[in-house]
Design a protein around this ligand. Structure first.
Ligand SMILES: [Cu+2]
Length: 148
Protein backbone atom coordinates (compact mmCIF):
# COMPACT_ATOMS: atom_id res chain seq x y z
CA UNK A 1 0.00 0.00 0.00
CA UNK A 2 2.80 2.39 0.86
CA UNK A 3 4.54 1.70 -2.46
CA UNK A 4 1.29 2.41 -4.26
CA UNK A 5 0.95 5.79 -2.49
CA UNK A 6 4.50 6.80 -3.40
CA UNK A 7 3.89 5.72 -6.97
CA UNK A 8 0.67 7.76 -7.08
CA UNK A 9 2.44 10.88 -5.80
CA UNK A 10 5.17 10.40 -8.38
CA UNK A 11 2.66 10.11 -11.21
CA UNK A 12 0.65 13.09 -10.01
CA UNK A 13 3.77 15.26 -9.70
CA UNK A 14 4.90 14.28 -13.18
CA UNK A 15 1.51 15.19 -14.60
CA UNK A 16 1.48 18.57 -12.85
CA UNK A 17 4.97 19.45 -14.05
CA UNK A 18 3.98 18.41 -17.55
CA UNK A 19 1.05 20.83 -17.52
CA UNK A 20 2.76 23.89 -16.07
CA UNK A 21 5.24 26.34 -17.51
CA UNK A 22 4.53 25.80 -21.16
CA UNK A 23 4.56 28.68 -23.67
CA UNK A 24 1.21 30.11 -24.62
CA UNK A 25 0.34 28.38 -27.88
CA UNK A 26 -0.36 30.50 -30.95
CA UNK A 27 -4.02 30.60 -31.91
CA UNK A 28 -4.68 28.00 -34.55
CA UNK A 29 -5.10 29.25 -38.07
CA UNK A 30 -3.33 32.56 -37.45
CA UNK A 31 0.31 33.49 -37.68
CA UNK A 32 2.46 35.70 -35.48
CA UNK A 33 4.18 38.69 -37.04
CA UNK A 34 6.41 41.46 -35.74
CA UNK A 35 6.76 45.01 -36.95
CA UNK A 36 9.53 47.33 -35.84
CA UNK A 37 8.69 50.96 -35.22
CA UNK A 38 11.44 53.50 -34.73
CA UNK A 39 10.36 56.79 -33.18
CA UNK A 40 12.13 60.13 -33.36
CA UNK A 41 11.37 63.79 -32.55
CA UNK A 42 9.00 64.14 -34.33
CA UNK A 43 8.58 61.36 -36.91
CA UNK A 44 8.57 57.59 -37.47
CA UNK A 45 11.20 55.69 -39.42
CA UNK A 46 14.26 57.01 -41.17
CA UNK A 47 13.15 60.29 -42.65
CA UNK A 48 11.62 63.42 -41.13
CA UNK A 49 9.00 63.65 -43.88
CA UNK A 50 6.09 61.53 -42.64
CA UNK A 51 3.41 63.96 -43.83
CA UNK A 52 4.50 63.66 -47.47
CA UNK A 53 6.19 60.26 -47.42
CA UNK A 54 4.74 58.20 -44.54
CA UNK A 55 6.53 54.95 -43.66
CA UNK A 56 4.46 51.78 -44.19
CA UNK A 57 4.25 48.60 -42.15
CA UNK A 58 2.83 45.41 -43.70
CA UNK A 59 0.88 42.75 -41.79
CA UNK A 60 -1.60 39.98 -42.63
CA UNK A 61 -5.26 40.26 -41.72
CA UNK A 62 -6.03 38.14 -38.65
CA UNK A 63 -2.36 37.74 -37.66
CA UNK A 64 -1.29 38.33 -34.10
CA UNK A 65 1.04 41.32 -34.54
CA UNK A 66 3.72 42.31 -32.10
CA UNK A 67 4.72 45.98 -32.30
CA UNK A 68 8.28 46.51 -31.17
CA UNK A 69 8.73 50.24 -30.65
CA UNK A 70 12.09 51.92 -30.13
CA UNK A 71 11.85 55.57 -29.13
CA UNK A 72 15.15 57.15 -30.11
CA UNK A 73 13.89 60.64 -29.40
CA UNK A 74 13.65 62.53 -26.14
CA UNK A 75 9.89 63.15 -26.26
CA UNK A 76 7.04 60.73 -25.53
CA UNK A 77 5.46 59.11 -28.57
CA UNK A 78 2.58 56.77 -29.34
CA UNK A 79 1.70 54.46 -32.25
CA UNK A 80 -2.03 54.49 -32.86
CA UNK A 81 -4.04 52.90 -35.67
CA UNK A 82 -6.88 55.10 -36.88
CA UNK A 83 -10.26 53.48 -37.61
CA UNK A 84 -10.92 52.91 -41.31
CA UNK A 85 -12.81 55.89 -42.71
CA UNK A 86 -12.37 58.09 -39.62
CA UNK A 87 -11.98 61.80 -40.27
CA UNK A 88 -8.98 63.21 -38.42
CA UNK A 89 -8.66 66.85 -37.43
CA UNK A 90 -5.91 68.78 -39.25
CA UNK A 91 -3.83 68.70 -36.10
CA UNK A 92 -4.20 67.20 -32.63
CA UNK A 93 -4.07 69.49 -29.65
CA UNK A 94 -6.27 67.51 -27.29
CA UNK A 95 -5.66 63.74 -27.61
CA UNK A 96 -8.90 62.95 -25.74
CA UNK A 97 -10.78 64.10 -28.88
CA UNK A 98 -9.33 61.06 -30.65
CA UNK A 99 -10.76 58.37 -28.40
CA UNK A 100 -13.52 57.34 -30.81
CA UNK A 101 -11.22 57.45 -33.82
CA UNK A 102 -8.52 55.04 -32.67
CA UNK A 103 -8.75 51.33 -33.41
CA UNK A 104 -5.73 50.36 -31.32
CA UNK A 105 -2.72 52.07 -29.77
CA UNK A 106 0.33 50.83 -27.90
CA UNK A 107 0.26 53.67 -25.37
CA UNK A 108 2.92 56.26 -24.81
CA UNK A 109 6.58 55.31 -25.00
CA UNK A 110 8.92 57.55 -23.03
CA UNK A 111 11.95 59.19 -24.61
CA UNK A 112 14.81 56.73 -25.00
CA UNK A 113 12.59 53.78 -24.05
CA UNK A 114 11.37 50.66 -25.86
CA UNK A 115 7.99 48.99 -25.64
CA UNK A 116 6.32 45.92 -27.09
CA UNK A 117 2.59 45.40 -27.48
CA UNK A 118 0.39 43.04 -29.46
CA UNK A 119 -2.85 43.28 -31.37
CA UNK A 120 -4.76 41.23 -33.92
CA UNK A 121 -4.56 42.73 -37.40
CA UNK A 122 -7.95 44.00 -38.61
CA UNK A 123 -9.58 43.31 -41.97
CA UNK A 124 -7.59 44.05 -45.11
CA UNK A 125 -7.06 47.67 -46.00
CA UNK A 126 -4.82 50.66 -45.58
CA UNK A 127 -4.94 52.25 -42.12
CA UNK A 128 -3.46 55.55 -41.06
CA UNK A 129 -1.14 55.38 -38.05
CA UNK A 130 -0.52 58.50 -35.99
CA UNK A 131 1.22 59.70 -32.88
CA UNK A 132 -1.49 60.94 -30.52
CA UNK A 133 0.76 63.19 -28.44
CA UNK A 134 -0.48 66.77 -28.75
CA UNK A 135 1.13 68.55 -31.68
CA UNK A 136 2.82 65.46 -33.17
CA UNK A 137 0.30 64.80 -35.94
CA UNK A 138 0.53 65.47 -38.88
CA UNK A 139 4.34 65.49 -38.58
CA UNK A 140 4.34 61.98 -37.12
CA UNK A 141 2.31 59.45 -39.10
CA UNK A 142 2.58 56.27 -41.12
CA UNK A 143 0.48 53.62 -42.83
CA UNK A 144 -0.43 50.11 -41.73
CA UNK A 145 -1.00 47.99 -44.83
CA UNK A 146 -3.15 44.97 -43.94
CA UNK A 147 -3.07 42.26 -46.59
CA UNK A 148 -6.08 40.00 -46.97
CU1 LIG B 1 5.00 61.61 -31.12
Amino acid sequence: MRKLTILSIFILTTLLIGCGGSEEPAASGSSAETINVSMHDIYYGDENANATNPPAWQVSSGARVRVSADNQGSLEHNWAIVNAGAELPDSINDPTELEDLILYDIGEVGGGETKSASFTAPEAGSYKVICTVAGHYPSMQGVLEVEG
